[in-house]
Design a protein around this ligand. Structure first.
Ligand SMILES: Cc1cc2nc3c(=O)[nH]c(=O)nc-3n(C[C@H](O)[C@H](O)[C@H](O)COP(=O)(O)OP(=O)(O)OC[C@H]3O[C@@H](n4cnc5c(N)ncnc54)[C@H](O)[C@@H]3O)c2cc1C
Length: 314
C-alpha cells in the first residue's frame, strides 16, 4: 500500500476527523459521488433505477464498531424493515451488513442472534424469492470471528454469504474451507491498512492472489458444491483476465457474477450486464459515511481531486 493510501486509511480511523469533516460542505459534496443519499428511500430509489438496466443491487447502511447494545438493536430493526421493503417493492436487491454493526465488539452471541434474525427475515416462502444476507469483511482482527459466525449460520441457513479479502495471505486457506461448504462468497481485494506479515504489500501480488482465488471459486469442485461467487472488483484488467479464463474453461457468462460500488465504473457495470454476466452494484447510504468515504479515496488517491474540486467550486 502506498504512503498516500496508508495516510488516508489512517485518517479514516481518526475520531477527531470523523466528528468534524462530515460537517464541511465540500466533503459532503465529494462523498455524494459515491452514494445516492443518506436515507434508505434514496438507496431504494437508486436500486429501482439501476434494476431497469438489468443490474441487481446490494444495500448497506453505513456504520461500524457500534459501542452500545441498543445501537445494534436499532441497526437490526432498521435492516428487518429494509428487507420487508425490498420484498414489497419486488426489487432484485440483497442486503450486506458488518458484524461490528450488529454488536460483534460487545458480545459474540448477541451478534450471532442479530445476524440470525436478519438471515431468517431474508428467507422467503419460495426459493426464487430467497435473498442472500451478505456479511462484509472488516479489519483482519475480525476475520476469525466473522468466518466462525458465518460457518455456524451456514449450518442452518443456505441464504448467507461472506466476503473475503485477496490481500490477506490466509485467504487461500479460508477459500478452500468455504468451497467445501458450498458457500456464497464475495471476493474483494481488501480496503483496510494491514501489516505485511498478514497482507501482501504489493498490488501485483494482491491481483495475482485475486485471480487465483477467483479460479478456485469458479472451479468444477466449487460449482458442484453449489458455491455462489461474486467477483467484487472494478479492475478492468482482472475482469478481462477472468472472463477470458472462464470462456476457455467453458463457464457460461450467466454463471459469473461481478459487483462494483455505486458511482464507480458505471459503463463497465452496464457492459457486463449487456453481455450476459450477472452485474451488481453495492449501494451504501446513511449518515455515518466518513470512514467509508475515506476508504474510497484511499482506493484511488486521484479521487482526492473530487474533494479539492468541491472545495474550489463553492
Ligand atoms: C461490491 C463490493 C463490496 C465490497 N465489500 C468489501 C468488504 O466487505 N470488505 C473490504 O475490505 N472491502 C470491500 N470492498 C472494497 C474492496 O476491498 C476494494 O477496496 C475496492 O473494490 C477497490 O479495489 P478494486 O478491486 O476495484 O481494485 P483496484 O486495483 O483498487 O482498482 C482498480 C481500478 O478500479 C477503479 N477504482 C477502484 N476503486 C475506485 C474508487 N474508489 N473510485 C474510483 N475508481 C476506483 C480505478 O480505475 C482503479 O484503477 C468491496 C468492493 C465492492 C465492489
Amino acid at each position: 500500500m502506498s504512503i498516500i493510501r496508508r495516510i488516508i486509511v489512517k485518517a479514516s480511523e481518526s475520531r477527531w476527523l470523523r466528528e468534524r469533516a462530515p460537517r464541511l460542505g465540500f466533503v459532503r459534496g465529494a462523498a455524494a459521488r459515491f452514494m445516492p443519499g443518506e436515507k434508505p428511500e434514496d438507496a431504494l430509489a437508486a436500486a429501482r433505477t439501476i434494476a431497469e438496466s438489468g443490474i441487481s443491487t446490494l444495500l448497506t447502511q453505513l456504520g461500524e464498531n457500534i459501542a452500545e447494545r441498543a445501537e445494534a438493536e436499532a441497526v437490526v430493526s432498521h435492516y428487518l424493515d429494509l428487507i420487508e421493503r425490498i420484498r414489497d417493492a419486488n426489487l432484485p436487491t440483497e442486503v450486506s451488513v458488518k458484524l461490528t454493526q450488529l454488536g460483534l465488539d460487545l458480545d459474540r452471541e448477541f451478534c450471532f442472534a442479530n445476524l440470525t434474525a436478519l438471515i431468517e427475515r431474508s428467507r422467503a416462502a419460495t426459493a426464487a424469492a430467497e435473498k442472500t444476507l451478505w456479511i462484509d469483511m472488516e479489519q483482519s482482527v475480525y476475520v476469525d470471528a466473522t468466518l466462525e459466525l458465518y460457518a455456524r449460520a451456514r449450518k442452518t441457513n443456505r441464504n448467507v454469504g461472506v466476503c473475503v479479502q485477496a490481500y490477506l495471505r490466509r485467504t487461500e486457506r479460508d477459500v478452500e474451507a468455504l468451497v467445501s461448504m458450498g458457500a456464497a462468497v464475495r471476493l474483494v481485494k481488501g480496503a483496510y491498512s494491514e501489516p505485511p506479515e498478514i497482507a501482501f504489500p504489493k498490488k501485483e501480488d494482491v491481483d495475482e492472489n485475486y485471480f487465483r482465488l477467483a479460479q478456485m471459486l469458479l472451479s468444477p469442485k466449487a460449482r458442484s458444491a453449489g458455491v455462489r461467487a461474486a467477483m467484487a472488483t472494478h479492475d478492468g484488467k482482472l475482469i478481462a483476465q477472468l472472463t477470458e479464463w472462464a470462456a476457455a474453461h467453458g463457464i457460461a457468462k450467466n454463471q459469473i457474477e461481478f459487483a462494483m460500488l455505486f458511482g464507480i465504473q458505471r459503463a463497465e457495470q452496464l457492459r457486463l450486464a449487456r453481455e450476459g454476466y450477472h452485474s451488481g452494484v453495492l449501494i451504501s447510504y446513511g449518515s455515518f459515511w466518513f470512514p467509508w468515504f475515506m476508504r474510497r479515496l484511499a482506493e484511488r488517491p486521484a479521487n482526492v481531486w473530487f474533494l479539492v474540486r468541491n472545495l474550489f467550486s463553492r
